[in-house]
Write a protein that binds this ligand. Structure first.
Ligand SMILES: *Cc1c(COP(=O)(O)O)cnc(C)c1O
Length: 382
């Protein structure tokens, strides 16, 4: 068969890899020089594409990568041996044998895991790198902070484990500084209970993107785990983050499929949840919730066409979305529509899209579906 030329685009995401690299460099420049940069690239690099994002971050100088699953670790490992990879989530026991195969550092939260991973290291005849995770108030993975010493000791005593990191995770770094500070205290107390720590070969880390707002420049911390911020989205305004001012990396675009006039009184889309109050012109977009325009944008979201905002009318459907274009001078089938990103002087940010969806930027980025091709922009253009 003769390969067909690539079909025209109906709905796509653009990933600006040069902006990603600039963001990493800016974040680094705002941090103390000794801080190691752990690039969090779980969930397909927050929907941006693991291979492309990780390759660019390697080039830009990330020190280590964090992922959620063994499959993600395996995909990263393909990019090259040697890059340290940290698995953040707990493993199920039948996954243990793959830890040495992919040469990944795992998170330890319990004595049971110490014994399991030690056995896996013994079978593979090579030590397994571990980060001890301490639960200081997140209630997710990690050993509860007052019980951490026993697990620390057990890691030390295990013949096939090598402790390479100790970390915790904050529950509300973006909106509860008092609790975050309490979590820091608990973490420090747990560290102190371990006695003298040689941090030259040990990563001590706590801060994610939002944590960077209140990061301690002194003290035992020597690494940060950055996810959202490197993709150009600040969880909230804060001193460090204001200085950094990351650039958006992701944009989400579709096109006008059809333009038509409808008389006042016409109801729009499933369930007739919207009724036109005047004679109107509407545009039918070539994307719907099957692409990631979540249904909660029905009757409340907006898009950009010709640099102007247009309201979503009625319910978003699987493959098509209807918007009001009565106020636009010119609009035609084929026109580009911005769901997230810039067009002319106008911009819809991930944060605004997420608010319409009653969601958060992390979830919005993970909600753009497999049907949507990702196009990678470099400084030379797409
Ligand atoms: C996802 C995750 C991060 C990254 O968080 P951002 O808010 O995206 O920077 C850091 N640490 C852990 C444990 C995570 O699960």
């Amino acid at each position: 068969m003769i390969p067909r030329a690539q079909l025209p685009l109906r709905c796509w995401a653009e990933i600006d890899l040069a902006a990603l690299e600039r963001n990493l460099r800016r974040i680094r420049a705002a941090l103390p020089v000794h801080m190691r940069y752990v690039a969090v690239v779980k969930a397909d690099a927050y929907g941006h594409g693991l291979h492309q994002v990780a390759a660019r971050l390697m080039h830009a100088g990330a020190d280590l990568f964090a992922v959620a699953t063994l499959a993600e670790a395996a995909a990263l490992r393909e990019l090259g041996p040697g890059w340290p990879i940290l698995l953040l989530s707990p493993l199920v026991p039948d996954e243990d044998e793959y830890i040495p195969r992919y040469d990944v550092a795992v998170t330890v939260s319990s004595l049971d895991e110490v014994h399991r991973f030690d056995r896996a290291g013994s079978h593979a005849k090579r030590p397994i790198d571990v980060h001890l995770k301490i639960d200081t108030g997140m209630g997710r993975s990690g050993v509860w902070h007052t019980a951490a010493t026993a697990v620390y000791q057990a890691i030390h005593d295990a013949a096939h484990l090598r402790l390479v990191g100790i970390y915790t995770h904050y529950a509300s770094p973006d909106d509860d500084p008092a609790f975050t500070s309490e979590q820091r205290q608990r973490f420090r107390r747990a560290l102190a209970s371990f006695g003298e720590l040689d941090t030259t070969h040990l990563l001590i880390h706590a801060d994610n993107s939002a944590g960077l707002e209140t990061i301690e420049r002194a003290g035992p911390f020597n690494a940060v785990r950055v996810g959202l911020l490197q993709f150009g989205i600040s969880p909230r305004r804060g001193s460090l983050l204001d200085d950094v001012l990351p650039e958006p990396v992701f944009s989400f675009r579709t096109r006008v499929g059809l333009v038509k006039h409808l008389p006042a009184g016409t109801s729009i889309s499933y369930g007739q949840t919207y009724r036109l109050t005047q004679d109107s012109r509407v545009a039918i977009l070539t994307a719907g919730y099957g692409d990631g325009i979540t249904r909660s944008l029905s009757n409340r979201g907006e898009v950009l066409i010709g640099g102007q905002r247009c309201r979503v009318l009625g319910r978003v459907t699987m493959d098509q979305t209807i918007v009001d274009v009565t106020h636009l001078e010119a609009v035609a089938s084929g026109d580009e529509v911005v769901l997230i990103g810039r067009q002319g002087d106008a911009e819809i940010k991930v944060v605004e899209f997420s608010a319409w969806a009653e969601s958060i930027p992390w979830e919005t980025l993970c909600s753009v579906t497999k049907r949507v091709p990702r196009l990678y922009r470099t400084s030379l253009g797409i």
